[in-house]
Every structure is written in structure tokens, then in C-alpha cells.
Design a protein around this ligand. Structure first.
Ligand code: GLC
Length: 719
């Protein structure tokens, strides 16, 4: 059920007609909530009458554990806005609730590896309940920045390298936060960010320039935001980066013509922290604060996050007739319409609606388990025997906290158990014999253990905002120790807790088995041990390619063809040329990849038509492809057949492969199921560099398999 459009639009117009200029300027201003001095905070609210308080106390809030705000504090502040001002407009309380609140779910890049967007939607519904119970009405999520840059710490906050997964993630997250009934007091406002293209930060260096062609923008960076708009996302956050040399925060083309006129967004746009200030302070796009306020307001920013540029300049801009009252009113109306739509006037005060903690913990563990990718399992060494004698080592072997990941402002430390505690609890007969950098004798290992279990990872501080890495190989001290232990001849099992894609091609052979766990949140250890012991099946699939070496970056599956046969990603290399003299051109592990403890056979792949009429597809009709999947192994398991497409010849070059659909299918031993996919206009067409959607005649190849290297191929022709 959606709010009646007329109601809140007309009501917003009525409110604005009675507002003073100062009240309007306050409404387009977001200030930091000075929670350490409530009286001072309330005085500021009386004076400025801000439209929103941000519950974050530094530009790098994601790097810190910031105390949760108490509901009483929020309601005290809200009372001032609602009862002690002339316009009685409630404030929005915004916070970065990115992948959890008291209970951390896996970071987005990890959770997307589950390919289970129904479960992700349930996760965000739970996260909403926890955040609302603390009075947070507005979250600055989902982060939808598609990226090809594992050096960029913020790749972990988004959906990875594939636009289609980005679309699904946007939908699952936004619907989880906003619920079906936006005016329900338990509903939250979501904020799709960072619009648009931040994930292309050159060199993976955060806050850097981005070089994105318009063709790439429309086909790779915008799809997830299109999906967000289709889900009626309440707000958008403008990105720090530039498109065609114009910072997005000052770009009318991006924030108005593309976002509103082309995508149809009708909520309001919030600048990012300092985004308006940066236009003159760093980006050389504006002379000063006055110019930056004008540029961003007229471009389409409706609310200024913490810069006070609007607060300090709009009155003079109006006097100087540099902006019009209509431009200011437009921004105020958008904010008020959104507040009315989400019932803020009816329910301005926070209320602890409570939630079921045990249910959320179980959901967090289930999602973390489904997100774990089995990269290798030589000689089926996994699942681990429950009475194994284990050489126990690795920089994360006693870790728990680090796996909650970046942007975990409110997580409850008391809910976290580390790997050692979890193994002892779940498999008390496993004998954990400690080894480390200083005690890694191969002889001891050989004579006292059955296998080596190395739990290694990266700390959350090197992921997330302002956290780029030039070296994304495995920690050298860990590899040195493991090479020593491996001389024992014992099999080496790796449990990898790296949130970003890592480049470990040169060390891969050291390991006989690898569980790729990402930063799995509060229940990361429980999830990993469950898969390690075979209590749950490994079922995750990579949401971003894992390169052999950092030198290959950018390396992603849905690349455009080269001018010669150089597509090492798919092994299609002309022997007379080399991608690199010193490295292969293929990834260490490709997008969509993941093993099971069982095995599957995908067969009978067929398409209902070899030729299909263009008009038939343009009319909205689809064609079916069918196939069967069989569990040919010795355990039940989850198969994730994936369908990729390639448009062989077009007016623009098309990607070598693009994921267009997939299924998650649970199969008992020996079970066979018949499956089908439907493909139509959305899957066959693409955007031109001007945003025109094109469907062109010609041949298409369809690939079906268990990752992007899928080799079962069908060709059909659009005539
Ligand atoms: C940060 C981030 C943004 C976050 C905002 C508020 O700089 O770029 O993602 O929502 O500030 O913390």
C-alpha cells in the first residue's frame, strides 16, 4: 500500500506556503547531533531548525564504533523541533546502518555471494527492526557502487562487479528497510548511494577521479540505481567523484536530467559528508562556499550534509538573485513530501518496537553460511573430521570482532564468539594444537597432527572508507609460517576472512582446501565452522573476480572484447601475443565461482527457438531456455546454475558475457530437476551512450554453467 500521492504533495505545498525563509533554509540543512551536550544540541535546533540530524560524529564514521544514541535523547531533540518551533516540522535522524545494527550481518560484498536475495531481504528487514528500536528512521544504505577495484576498501560495502546482482541487491535492501507500507512507523527511509560512479576511483584510491564513459555509465553503473528508483527509494546520496570532469555533487546533468528526468527518481538528494565543501576546497569546480551552495542546489542537491554551505549562503544567493525562491522551495517540497510519505508527521517520536534477537542471530548465521565460497577441496579433505588432530594457526585463529566488518557502528560485542571458542563448542573432540610464526616446526606438525588449519584474514580497519591497499596478496608473515608447516606433508586447509577480493595466485598451491568467508558478521565464526564440519553445505558464489595478482587489475568478467584475441579471462589468448610476460590473463577464481561438497551435472540445455522476431521481443514476450540439473555426488547440496548472454555483433561492442539469470537449487543425492529461464527485452537489449535503450537484430550466444566460464552454449538469432 502506498501513500496517496495527492495527500502528501498538497500537504507539503500548504506547509511550505507558511514557512519563513530561515525555516526553509533550516529544512535543507543536516547537522551533526551533538549528543554529548543535549542542551546545546537543543539550542542549535531551536536556532537552525534543521531538516535532519546525522547520528555520526566524524567523516570516517565507518572506521569507528560510535556509541548508539538513546531514544530518549532523540525524542528530546525531536520535541524541540515539533513543539518549540513555528513550523513544527519533525527532523529525520539518519545513520549508517549498512549491513547490521546490534547484530552485524556479512558485509554486502560477502552477503551477495549467497546469491540468495530473498534471504538478504529478510536480513534487511531484521536490521530495520533493530535500527528502528534505537530510533534511527533513515539509513544511508544501500551502497550500490559497482566496482572493478579490489584495492578500493569500499568495494566491500557494495554488490561487487556485476550490474545484475547490483539490481537485485538494491531491491532486497530497500524493500527490507522501507517495508510495503512506507507510512508504517516501523518503516525506515533508505538512501541509495553514492550516485554515481564512485566505485571507479582510479587506482582504487578512495576519493579519486573517475573516468567513466557514458556508455559504461548507462550499462554498468546506473542499473543498480535504476532498480533503487523502481523500488521507490526515499532518498539518494550524491557521490564525491566526477563524471566527465564535473563533480556529481555539482552536476545538473547527473542529479537532475539523468536521476530525475531519465530514471524517474522523486525523493530527495542528500550530499555526502563534505561533498559541497569539496567542490571548492579540493575539486577546483567552485571558487568558494557561496558558489558551491549555488552549484549544488541548482544541480539537484536538496539537503546539505554537515557543510552548512546552504545555511550560510542561500539567503545571500537569493538576495543576489543567483538562485530563485522556486529552486529553494523545490528542495524543501521534496524533503517534506518524503517526510509526509513516511508518516513522520503522524509519528515523529522514536519508539522501541523491539525484535527477536535469537531469530536475528539465526538469520545472520544462515546468511553468513550461505555466503561462504568453497574455492578448493583437494582430495575432498573437507568436511573436517570431528576428531582430527589439527595444527591450529593463522592471524585470525582467535579472532571474532574483526569479522563484523567495516561500518559496524552499533554492534553488540557480547554476541561474538571467536573461531577457537566455536570449534571447541561445536567439535570438542577436535584437538587444536597451536602453532604460530615463532613455533612452526614441520617436524612437530608432522608427528602430532592430521592436518593444518590456518585461519587468516584482514582487519576491518583496512576495509571500507579511506582504506585502499596497493598490495592485496596474502599476509607475508602467514605465508612464511605456512610454507614452513607445509613441509610436514600435512594437508593445509585455509579459512580466509578477507572482505575485499585478494590476489593470491602465487600462494594458492600451498593450500589443499580454501573456504572464502569474507567478513561474515557477528556469526562469522559459527558459520565458517558449520561449513568446515559439514553441518551446512558450502553454497556461496563469488560476487567479484579474485585476480592472480594485483598487476592484472582491472580484471572483471563482463569486459568488452579486445581488438585482438587477448581475453585471458576466458583463456581465449592468441599464442603469438601474451596478456603479460609474467602473469596469466585469467583470474585466480572467476566471477560466480564456488564448489560444493557434492557434484552436479547440468545438461539438456536447449532454447525453444533458434530464431525469434525482434517485434515479438519488443512486445514484451520472452523465449524459454530449459535444462536439467542432477546431484551426481555423495551429499545433498545447493547448485547455482547461471545463465550468461553475449550479443555477438552490435552498434556498440557488447561484453564477452553478462549474467542475466541464475537459480539456487537444493538437491538430494541423485535428485534431478528440470529448470527453465525466460529471456526477453531487458536481457537482450542495452543502453547507448545517450541512455537510449536499443534492441538490435543479430546472433546471441547463451552460456549455462556454474560460473561465468560456463561452457554449455546455445546460439539464437534475433531477426
Ligand atoms: C561518508 C561516506 C558515506 C556516509 C556518510 C555519513 O563520508 O562517504 O557513505 O554515509 O559519510 O557517514
Amino acid at each position: 500500500m502506498k501513500s496517496n500521492v495527492f495527500d502528501y504533495k498538497q500537504r507539503a505545498i500548504d506547509i511550505v506556503s507558511k514557512m519563513t525563509l530561515r525555516e526553509k533554509i533550516g529544512q535543507v540543512t543536516q547537522i551533526v547531533f551533538n549528543v554529548d551536550n543535549i542542551n546545546e544540541a537543543c539550542e542549535t535546533i531551536r536556532k537552525i531548525q534543521p531538516g535532519s540530524l546525522i547520528l555520526c560524529w566524524s567523516p570516517l564514521g565507518g572506521k569507528e564504533e560510535q556509541r548508539s544514541v538513546r531514544i530518549e535523547e532523540l525524542n528530546t531533540a525531536q520535541k524541540v523541533a515539533v513543539e518549540e518551533t513555528e513550523c513544527h516540522i519533525p527532523m529525520l535522524f539518519g545513520r549508517d546502518v549498512i549491513h547490521g545494527h546490534h547484530i552485524a550481518f556479512p558485509v554486502p560484498l560477502t552477503m551477495v555471494q549467497s546469491f540468495d536475495f530473498d534471504l538478504i531481504n529478510q536480513a534487511y528487514d531484521s536490521i530495520r527492526q533493530e535500527a528502528i528500536s534505537d530510533g534511527v528512521k533513515w539509513t544511508f544504505a544501500p551502497m550500490l557502487d559497482m566496482s572493478h577495484e579490489p584495492r578500493w576498501g569500499r568495494i566491500v560495502e557494495g554488490p561487487g562487479e556485476d550490474p545484475y546482482l547490483g539490481e537485485l541487491f538494491a531491491k532486497a535492501c530497500i524493500n527490507g528497510f522501507q517495508t510495503d507500507n512506507h507510512s508504517d512507523k516501523g518503516a525506515m527511509l533508505a538512501c541509495a548511494k553514492h550516485f554515481v560512479g564512485y566505485g571507479a576511483s582510479e587506482g582504487g584510491r578512495d576519493y579519486n577521479h573517475t573516468e567513466i564513459s557514458d556508455y559504461n555509465l548507462y550499462n554498468n553503473y546506473l542499473p543498480a540505481f535504476r532498480s533503487a528508483v523502481d523500488c521507490e527509494v526515499a532518498t539518494m546520496m550524491s557521490a564525491f567523484n566526477d563524471i566527465n570532469g564535473v563533480p556529481v555533487t555539482g552536476s545538473k546533468r547527473i542529479l537532475t536530467y539523468v536521476l530525475r528526468d531519465e530514471l524517474g527518481f522523486n525523493g530527495f538528494v542528500l550530499s555526502d559528508w563534505g561533498g559541497i565543501y569539496q567542490l571548492y576546497a579540493h575539486q577546483g569546480y567552485c571558487e568558494n562556499s557561496y558558489e558551491a551552495a549555488k552549484s549544488s542546489l541548482t544541480a539537484g542537491v536538496d539537503m546539505d550534509m554537515t557543510c552548512n554551505c546552504f545555511l550560510n549562503n542561500i539567503e545571500k544567493l537569493l538576495e543576489d538573485q543567483e538562485i530563485t525562491v522556486q529552486e529553494l522551495d523545490t528542495a524543501v517540497l521534496r524533503i517534506l513530501e518524503t517526510k509526509l510519505k513516511f508518516g513522520l508527521f503522524e509519528n515523529p517520536y522514536a519508539e522501541n518496537i523491539g525484535y527477536n534477537k535469537d531469530e536475528h542471530l539465526a538469520l545472520a548465521q544462515k546468511l553468513a553460511q550461505e555466503s561462504i565460497v568453497l574455492l578448493k577441496n583437494n582430495k575432498n579433505i573437507l568436511p573436517l573430521s570431528r576428531n582430527a588432530k589439527v595444527a591450529y594457526c593463522g592471524n585470525f585463529k582467535d579472532e571474532g570482532i574483526e569479522m563484523v566488518g567495516t561500518w559496524s557502528l552499533d554492534f553488540d560485542r557480547g554476541l561474538i564468539k571467536n573461531f577457537r571458542e566455536t570449534i571447541n563448542e561445536e567439535a570438542p573432540d577436535i584437538d587444536l594444537i597451536d602453532f604460530d610464526d615463532n613455533n612452526c616446526s614441520a617436524e612437530d606438525c608432522a608427528s602430532n597432527t592430521d592436518c593444518i588449519l590456518a585461519i587468516i584474514g584482514e582487519k576491518r580497519e583496512v576495509t571500507g572508507e579511506a582504506s585502499s591497499l596497493a598490495d592485496i596478496s596474502l599476509p607475508k608473515s602467514q605465508i612464511k609460517m605456512l610454507k614452513q608447516l607445509k613441509q610436514s606433508g600435512k594437508p593445509l586447509i585455509g579459512v580466509f576472512c578477507f572482505a575485499r577480493p585478494m590476489a593470491f595466485g602465487k600462494d594458492d598451491d600451498l593450500f589443499d582446501a580454501i573456504l572464502w568467508c569474507g567478513h561474515g558478521g557477528t556469526k562469522a565464526a559459527a558459520a565458517a565452522v558449520s561449513v568446515l564440519l559439514g553441518d551446512s553445505e558450502p553454497q556461496g558464489r563469488l560476487s567479484a573476480s579474485l585476480p592472480h595478482s594485483v598487476g592484472q587489475i582491472p580484471l572483471y568478467y563482463n569486459a568488452l572484447p579486445g581488438s585482438r584475441r587477448i581475453n585471458g579471462y576466458y583463456g581465449d589468448i592468441d599464442p603469438s601475443i601474451k596478456n603479460y610476460y609474467d602473469c596469466v590473463g585469467a583470474p585466480n577464481y572467476p566471477f560466480g565461482y564456488g564448489l560444493s561438497y557434492t557434484s552436479f551435472k547440468i545438461s539438456d540445455f536447449s532454447c525453444e527457438r533458434e530464431k525469434v522476431n525482434k517485434q515479438y521481443i519488443e512486445s514484451g514476450k520472452k523465449i524459454k531456455v530449459t535444462f536439467s540439473v542432477e546431484n551426481t555426488g555423495t551429499r545433498k547440496g545447493i547448485c547455482v546454475p547461471q545463465l550468461y548472454i553475449r550479443d555477438l555483433v552490435g552498434s556498440r561492442m557488447r561484453p564477452l558475457r553478462s549474467l542475466i539469470d541464475f537459480k539456487r537449487i537444493a538437491l538430494e543425492i541423485g535428485e534431478i530437476v528440470q529448470c527453465e529461464f525466460e529471456i526477453g527485452l531487458k536481457q537482450m537489449g542495452f543502453y547507448s551512450e545517450t541512455g537510449e535503450f536499443l534492441l538490435e537484430k543479430g546472433k546471441f550466444e547463451l552460456y549455462l554453467g556454474e560460473d561465468c566460464l560456463a561452457n554449455q552454449k546455445i546460439v539464437f538469432e534475433l531477426i
